[in-house]
Design a protein around this ligand. Structure first.
Ligand SMILES: C[S@@+](CC[C@H](N)C(=O)[O-])C[C@H]1O[C@@H](n2cnc3c(N)ncnc32)[C@H](O)[C@@H]1O
Length: 323
């Protein structure tokens, strides 16, 4: 179990709070099943649903307590503070928990400059800390965090992103390299798996006039919402865990596969993407992917019955097509 989640549950046992509660970044824990859950990542949202938690895409109203397990980036954590604030009833309690290595002490200090600290519990190399809103939070801090939470454009492009999504500050150089190698002859039905905010799909639609439809599959609902804004053309959008397979077969599949789960490196996730792709290609279809050059994807593709060809290898990336 996620140690930050265990620490959150421990802190709530030591310092009971009022309910009803909202759980931002929710993961299943028996002590927290009664909370309304918000979770943008589909595999974790599926776990919450399987545990019987009530999920909300867009939480509304006011809760007497808000629990928050932040994601990976500073911006998304601070954006989460302001979201939590807006959903917290007057006199309510916000409890945040994260790993020490993710800056728990720094974020505790940051939020306690804006709101009165109620308690702090350290355990499992994590820290859970709570603030109340019995009195108004510091308006300058709230305004600065609110600003960070706003959608913004990737510099020098028309692409919209929000904090926390993959490659929120720039176009991923690996994906940019793959886009240079997409054959203009791609045609028919195409899937973009792990589509993020839509860069690869946008490049494919712009460069390959014979694509009849592109289906974007992405686990992060925030990224998918950006992709909907970023794409013009025949595209469908699916909030979907690619490791569970795809609902259809495709003439071509594009991917820059993830190889991290949370903070940890996870080659198995990349392999699962390639397995799904191999199962979802029509006869004669092709897979187009980019990966860090040290990742051993060619052998896995061969084991799936595909024939990989390295189209370009740089100091960092390799672009592979497989038929
Ligand atoms: C390396 S990024 C590539 C994003 C996008 N294609 C681009 O070029 O900017 C991998 C993407 O896979 C998504 N992802 C991770 N695990 C996933 C899963 N199980 N199912 C679907 N998408 C997933 C991540 O949220 C991320 O957006």
């Amino acid at each position: 179990m996620n140690p930050a989640l265990e620490t959150l549950a421990l802190a709530l046992r030591e310092h009971p709070v009022a309910w009803p509660a909202l759980f931002l970044g929710a993961e299943p824990h028996p002590d927290l099943f009664g909370a309304t859950a918000w979770q943008p990542l589909k595999p974790l949202a599926d776990l919450c649903a399987a545990a019987g938690m009530a999920l909300s895409d867009e939480p509304q109203g006011k809760f007497r307590s808000v629990f928050f397990l932040p994601g990976k980036t500073k911006e998304e954590t601070l954006a989460g503070f302001v979201l939590a604030h807006d959903l917290l009833a007057l006199g309510g309690t916000l409890v945040i928990s994260l790993a020490n290595t993710s800056g728990a002490a720094r974020f505790e200090k940051e939020i306690s400059r804006a709101a009165p600290l109620l308690f702090s519990v350290s355990k499992n190399k994590c820290r859970a800390f709570a603030v109340s809103n019995t009195e108004p939070w510091d308006t300058a801090a709230l305004a600065a965090w609110r600003d960070l939470a706003q959608p913004r454009l990737i510099p020098d492009t028309a692409f919209t992103v929000v904090p926390g999504v993959f490659s929120a500050g720039h176009i991923d150089p690996g994906s940019a390299l793959l886009a240079q190698h997409l054959p203009p002859s791609l045609r028919g039905e195409v899937a973009d798996i792990g589509a993020g905010w839509g860069f690869l799909s946008n490049a494919a639609l712009a460069q390959c006039p014979n694509i009849s439809r592109i289906d974007l599959f992405e686990a992060d609902s925030r990224a998918l919402a950006c992709a909907r804004k970023n794409l013009i053309g025949p595209a469908e959008f699916y909030w979907h865990d690619v490791t569970t397979g795809l609902p259809a077969k495709y003439d071509h599949i594009l991917t820059n596969p993830p190889f991290h789960t949370g903070q940890a490196r996870d080659i198995g996730l990349g392999h699962a993407f390639l397995t799904t792709a191999a199962k979802s290609l029509k006869r004669g279809g092709t897979l187009h992917l980019v990966a860090n050059r040290q990742l051993p994807y060619e052998a896995h593709l061969v084991s799936l019955g595909l024939r990989p060809r390295v189209l370009e290898e740089t100091g960092v990336f390799k672009v592979i097509s497989a038929s």
